[in-house]
Design a protein around this ligand. Structure first.
Ligand SMILES: Cc1cc2nc3c(=O)[nH]c(=O)nc-3n(C[C@H](O)[C@H](O)[C@H](O)COP(=O)(O)OP(=O)(O)OC[C@H]3O[C@@H](n4cnc5c(N)ncnc54)[C@H](O)[C@@H]3O)c2cc1C
Length: 339
């Protein structure tokens, strides 16, 4: 009940419906929630039953050499595929790895977030990029290697691959993007959609606040670090917060995670998160959302959340971890993609 009331002033529409309020911006922020107008986007032009073919343009490691994690920036040439200029940042590309599983069935499609801006990597509408981590792990003494991430990571410029998409129609920047401030929470390859989105905001001369909170275990795993550092230097409204869990410590000695930034950077974040025209995006490792919801609730930023069942009857300060995991969901102001 508490949250239903909190949300009634937020409107989301998809498509070309006119938005009702125009805001003028100072560096912060007006006290009204503009309508969130999501763009109409193409989806599923190609499907696993009807994929198309594209070609690798570049494929390079973007974690540091000494990192135990290998994450690659991969650019795909869509020329002749029927997907030229179609992918928007926030959407995903479907990749069909060749070969069959141990039941003799073709390997299933895997999704990878677009990390280029909607106008294409380097401004070329034929080029779409993604950011791929080799999904390798040891479980009970057995080393497993991910099928599709390793297939993709091994491809060389000129190699062809079978792709589908676009996938996703909500995880996007609004078409009235200039009317909002943004707080982006990313873990690992979860930064992919934010690279493209932030490039778009910057190119459009965005005046509102843009905060990227990036979490990873080691400093060597910071992705696109020099790009985000240079943006922060050049633009007063861009803030790049690194939360490096296995290296950095908070003032009480505990580890830094993306969610602890809400407390650790309170001075910067409080006025932004308290503003009625701020949107929160989170992307990355499944489970990251629960800690973020806990911190948002603890600080009273409940407009970003909605609750069902018994949790909806409780004051957010009384939500248990179980409530946060199962009954608390993103509100219309929060965009979540975890995998
Ligand atoms: C919307 C969306 C966007 C995504 N965006 C990205 C992105 O931008 N970048 C990115 O890197 N990923 C992204 N992913 C994840 C991606 O789709 C794949 O899930 C990921 O790459 C792993 O796929 P894989 O085929 O390599 O691993 P799989 O073969 O599917 O294996 C999955 C994991 O299980 C392990 N494994 C395999 N067999 C076993 C076994 N028998 N027992 C235990 N463990 C085993 C593997 O080592 C691997 O770690 C996204 C997912 C979604 C849903």
């Amino acid at each position: 009940m508490f949250l239903a009331a909190a949300l009634c002033h937020t409107n989301v529409t998809q498509g070309t419906a006119p938005h009702t309020q125009k805001l003028t911006h100072s560096s912060l922020i007006e006290n009204l929630m503009p309508e969130i107008t999501l763009p109409d986007v193409e989806i599923n032009l190609f499907t696993p039953k009807n994929p198309t073919t594209a070609k690798i343009v570049e494929n390079y490691v973007c974690t540091e050499e000494s990192s135990p994690n290998v994450i690659r920036h991969i650019t795909i040439d869509l020329e002749g595929s029927g997907l030229e200029g179609v992918f928007r940042s926030g959407q995903s590309i479907g990749i069909l790895p060749p070969g069959e599983n141990d039941k003799g069935k073709p390997h299933k499609l895997r999704l990878y977030s677009v990390s280029s801006p909607s106008k294409g990597e380097g401004g070329n509408p034929n080029y779409v990029s993604t950011t791929v981590k080799r999904a390798n792990e040891e479980v009970d003494g057995v080393f497993y290697t991910g099928i599709c991430s390793n297939y993709l990571s091994n491809l060389k410029p000129g190699d062809e691959l079978s792709i589908t998409g676009p996938s996703g129609k909500r995880y996007l920047l609004p078409s009235n993007a200039d009317e909002f401030n943004y707080v982006f929470f990313a873990t690992g390859t979860g930064v992919a959609p934010f690279r493209g989105m932030i490039m778009e905001l910057i190119e459009a001369g965005h005046k509102g606040q843009i905060v990227l909170i990036f979490g990873c275990p080691y400093r060597t795993d910071l992705l696109y670090k020099s790009y985000f550092e240079s943006l922060e230097k050049e633009h007063d409204n861009v803030h790049y917060i690194k939360m490096i869990s296995r290296e950095d410590r908070r003032s009480d000695g505990s580890k830094k995670y993306v969610q602890t930034a809400i407390e650790d950077y309170d001075e910067l974040l409080a006025p932004i998160l308290a503003s009625d025209n701020t949107l929160v995006y989170l992307c990355g490792m499944k489970g990251m959302q629960t800690g973020i919801y806990e911190q948002l609730a603890k600080k009273g930023y409940t407009d970003y959340l909605t609750a069902k069942g018994e949790a909806a009857e409780k004051d957010p300060s009384e939500w248990t971890w179980e409530d946060l995991k199962t009954s608390v969901k993103p509100s219309d102001r929060t965009f979540e993609e975890v995998y």
